[in-house]
Design a binder for this molecule. Structure first.
Ligand code: ZN
Length: 350
C-alpha cells in the first residue's frame, strides 16, 4: 500500500488541509479498478469504520499478490467538513463559507478527461478545489463507491437506472434492504459526477462499471461489529467483481428488496415546528393511512397535535434522529410503489 498526502492550501494564509490517499497496485492490467471514499459529509462515520477494517484486508491481499485491479481509498474525503464544529456540535454537511452541501455542485464532465478540472492551486475556494481533486482521484476507476449514511436508517443504495440490475451484486454483498434508483438529479452529487461520463459510453462498455452512493444505515451506527461486517461486504463485492482474488469468498446475488425510483419516495415533512413523536420505526411496512408521526406544537394540549399518516402503502426507510423539528423539515422517507403527489425533480434532500 502506498500512502500519498495531497496538500490543499486554505483560502487564507496560514492554514491548509491534507487528503490521505491510499493506493493498492493491481497485478492484472485487465482487471476492474475501484475507488472508495468515506465521510464526504464530515460527520458521517459508518463508511469510515468500514474502510478502517477493509484496509488491513486489502493490505493482506496485496502482500499475498491477490490485488488484481488498482484500488484507491480515501477514508476521510473531506477534512474541511471534519473540522466544522459550532457550539460543540459537528456540522459536516454544508460548507460554512458558502452554505453549499459538500455533496452537491460537482463538475459534470462529458468524458474521463480531467485536465479541465481546477488544479489544487487554482484561484478557487478550497471546497471547489477539494471537489475537483476528489473527482480527479475517482474518475480513472470503473467502480466508485461513495460511502455515506442517513440519519436513522436502514442500509440502502442510490444507483442510476443504467447500472441496474447489474449492481444487485453490491446490494447483496452489503445486505442493503433497498435501492433508490435515479435518472438525473441535476444537483451534481459526487455520484452523479462520477456516473456522468460513464453514461455517455455505449451500453456494452458500461457493464463492468459500478457507481453508487452507499447509505450505511444511520449516523450513530458506528461500532466494531457493523464496521467489520460492512468491510466484509465491501470485500465480497470487490472479489465478486474481480478487483481482488480470493477463492474462499463467494457472493450469492440474492437482493430482493424494493427498487424505488426517487419520485416514488414519500418525503414526510413537518407542517409546523414542534416535538416529534414517531409511531413507526425504520423497516416497518405500513398501509396507506397508517399513523406515522405526531408533531406536538403545544405541549400538554392534544388539540395542538398534528398527526401525519402514510400517503400510500410502503416501507419506512429512514427517520430523523433529532426529536424537535422546524416547519417544513424532513421527518421520514417512505418507499412507495407509485409516484408521490409531492414528487419534485432533483435530490430528495437539501
Ligand atoms: Zn452523506
Amino acid at each position: 500500500m502506498k500512502t500519498e498526502m495531497i496538500q490543499l492550501a486554505g483560502d487564507v494564509p496560514g492554514n491548509s488541509i491534507e487528503l490521505r490517499v491510499l493506493r493498492f497496485e493491481g497485478k492484472n492490467e485487465k482487471a476492474v479498478t475501484a475507488y472508495l471514499q468515506s465521510s464526504l459529509h464530515g460527520s458521517e462515520l459508518p463508511g469510515q469504520a468500514a474502510l478502517h477494517f477493509l484496509i488491513p484486508m486489502l493490505e493482506k491481499a496485496e502482500r499475498e499478490g491477490r490485488v488484481a485491479g488498482y484500488i484507491t481509498v480515501v477514508p476521510q474525503a473531506n477534512p474541511i467538513g471534519s473540522a466544522q464544529w459550532l457550539a460543540h456540535q459537528h456540522l459536516g454537511r454544508f460548507e460554512y463559507f458558502s452554505n453549499v452541501n459538500f455533496n452537491r455542485s460537482f463538475p459534470l464532465l462529458e468524458t474521463f478527461d480531467t485536465s479541465g478540472l481546477a488544479p489544487v492551486d487554482a484561484p478557487k475556494a478550497l471546497a471547489e478545489r477539494l471537489k475537483a481533486q476528489l473527482l480527479r482521484l475517482a474518475l480513472p476507476h470503473e467502480i466508485v463507491l461513495d460511502l455515506h449514511c442517513d440519519d436513522e436508517s436502514e442500509s440502502y443504495l442510490y444507483i442510476h437506472q443504467a447500472f441496474l440490475p447489474e449492481m444487485y451484486d453490491l446490494a447483496s454483498a452489503l445486505g442493503s434492504t433497498a435501492i433508490l434508483s435515479w435518472d438525473s438529479t441535476a444537483d451534481a452529487a459526487f455520484e452523479e459526477a462520477c456516473a456522468h461520463p460513464v453514461l455517455q459510453l455505449p451500453e456494452a462498455q458500461r457493464k463492468a462499471r459500478a457507481v453508487t452512493t452507499v447509505e450505511f444505515r444511520g449516523l450513530n451506527d458506528v461500532d466494531v461489529e457493523s464496521g467489520r461486517a460492512d468491510a466484509e461486504g465491501l470485500y465480497r463485492f470487490l472479489v465478486h467483481r474481480g478487483v481482488v482474488v480470493d477463492h474462499g469468498v463467494e457472493l450469492k446475488v440474492d437482493f430482493n428488496g424494493p427498487v424505488t425510483p426517487l419520485e416514488n419516495v414519500e418525503m414526510i415533512r413537518a407542517p409546523q415546528g414542534g416535538m416529534i413523536l414517531f409511531h413507526v420505526d425504520i423497516g416497518a411496512e405500513v398501509e396507506a393511512g397508517a399513523k406515522l408521526v405526531t408533531v406536538v406544537t403545544v405541549p400538554g394540549d392534544p388539540d395542538g397535535d398534528i398527526t401525519l399518516t402514510a400517503p400510500q402503502a410502503g416501507r419506512i426507510l429512514t427517520r430523523r434522529s433529532h426529536r424537535y423539528t422546524r416547519r417544513g423539515d424532513d421527518l421520514m422517507k417512505l418507499l412507495g410503489t407509485k409516484r408521490s403527489i409531492n414528487a419534485k425533480p432533483g435530490s430528495l434532500e437539501a
